[in-house]
Design a protein around this ligand. Structure first.
Ligand code: GLA
Length: 392
């Protein structure tokens, strides 16, 4: 799949700039298996990189004093953007309103802190990660941009992958104005084929690879193809409520709390704070239990925890929506399905389903028939690699 996207990016580059690109990089989208809305609570998450959904950048240095970028996938119409090569006299600064190139720009800005070490360049972007589908299209763009810049400027190559993921997260905070956790940039940087990654998100975040390659079990991702506008305004609210709740509980973060503590402070918490905290506390525990189940090859337990995670996200954290609930309910009706849940930030986007290989066809058929107007799109996937340079 990297090859197809690479070919598209190379074709776009040639068509736009009339020359051949010399450097390239990719970074994957991700699906989070369990551990949702826990990363910004210093908690645990368990995503895997998608081997066949990737963002590719190809480009070359130029003799001009400007950088130019073109994409095959702009959501807001305009596909091209250019800016003066960043330097102390021409520093990059964030725009008030985020655009498709904001993620890219944020990484360029952070890469050498506007010191003027990045040469002028042209670049083309192509992606197979569905945009805004909860599969981390933005982090794949950020991390691919970072790797591309490392290829272009080998002297500035990062040896510290954690610092790289954090720089990409900062780009999203500062340039896209999304106060995201570190999960997406971390897995796009550190993913490994055949493995999911248990990330402990407490700073500095650390990851532990867990083999996820049972030949009889597969992951199906189902895109509801719905995106409720609420998502972007609700995310910062969830984060703020969690921080308030941790304060009331007198702990640095909700990751440090358990249900007993929560109950003992119940009267001091608002109902909203109580339910948000209950989700995070139980989700951290579910994530650790799910990893233990996977290590024991106990798919039934893993699947049950996925259903429980969905229910908690729906009822306590209130980030699901009717379409996602419906997709999970449909999956549950199919023989061979171990578990299903919404994945990513919520308010639309995708579900993730763990299913026996021999149940996949029935699952996809059932979803197509049961989801309104046949609008859901499914794909079967496996755990892929994290970001890397690509040869052209
Ligand atoms: C988005 C954010 C992540 C994480 C998830 C929810 O994908 O970018 O950091 O918070 O939502 O688990």
């Amino acid at each position: 799949m990297v090859d197809t996207v690479k070919e598209e990016a190379v074709a776009l580059f040639k068509e736009t700039y009339g020359s051949e690109p010399t450097h390239g990089a990719f970074a994957p989208g991700r699906v989070n298996l369990i551990g949702e809305h826990t990363d910004y609570n210093d908690g645990f998450v368990f995503p895997m990189a998608l081997h066949d959904k990737v963002c590719v950048l190809v480009g070359r240095k130029t003799d001009s004093d400007r950088c130019r970028v073109v994409t095959s996938a702009a959501v807001d119409g305009e596909c091209r953007y250019e800016f003066p090569t960043p330097s102390p006299t021409n520093p990059l600064t964030p725009a008030v309103e985020a655009k498709w190139y904001s993620y890219f720009l944020g990484v360029v800005a952070g890469f050498d802190q506007n010191r003027g070490n990045i040469p002028a360049f042209d670049v083309a972007i192509s992606t197979s990660v569905p945009l805004g589908g909860g599969l981390s299209s933005s982090a794949s763009l950020e991390v691919a941009t970072f790797t591309f810049l490392e290829e272009l400027c080998p002297d500035l190559k990062s040896t510290d992958l954690t610092a790289k993921a954090l720089a990409c997260q900062k780009a999203e905070h500062d340039y896209a104005h999304v106060p995201c956790g570190v999960m997406d940039q971390f897995i796009a940087t550190m993913g490994r084929q055949g493995n999911a990654l248990l990330i402990d998100c407490r700073a500095p975040p650390t990851g532990e690879l867990v083999p996820f390659n049972d030949p009889d079990t597969v992951i199906v991702v189902t895109n509801s193809n719905i995106k409720h506008a609420l998502g972007s305004s609700e995310y910062p609210k969830r984060r703020a409520t969690c921080e308030q709740a941790a304060k009331v509980l007198e702990k640095p973060a909700l990751r440090d709390c358990d249900l007993q503590l929560l109950e003992s402070f119940k009267s001091q918490l608002s109902d909203l704070q109580y339910r948000r905290a209950r989700h995070v506390i139980t989700e951290c525990k579910r994530t650790m239990d799910a990893v233990a189940a996977l290590r024991a090859n106990d798919m039934a337990t893993f699947g049950r925890l996925m259903y429980e995670s969905h229910e908690s996200l729906r009822a306590d954290y209130e980030v699901s929506c009717g379409e996602l609930d419906h997709l999970v309910a449909l999956a549950k009706e199919v023989d061979g399905v171990y578990g299903a849940r919404m994945t990513g930030g919520g308010f639309g986007g995708c579900t993730v389903t763990l299913v026996r290989k021999d149940g996949v066809d029935a699952l996809i058929k059932h979803i197509k028939q049961g989801y309104p107007e046949n609008r859901a799109t499914c794909f079967v996937t496996t755990a892929g690699a994290g970001t890397a340079a690509i040869s052209l």
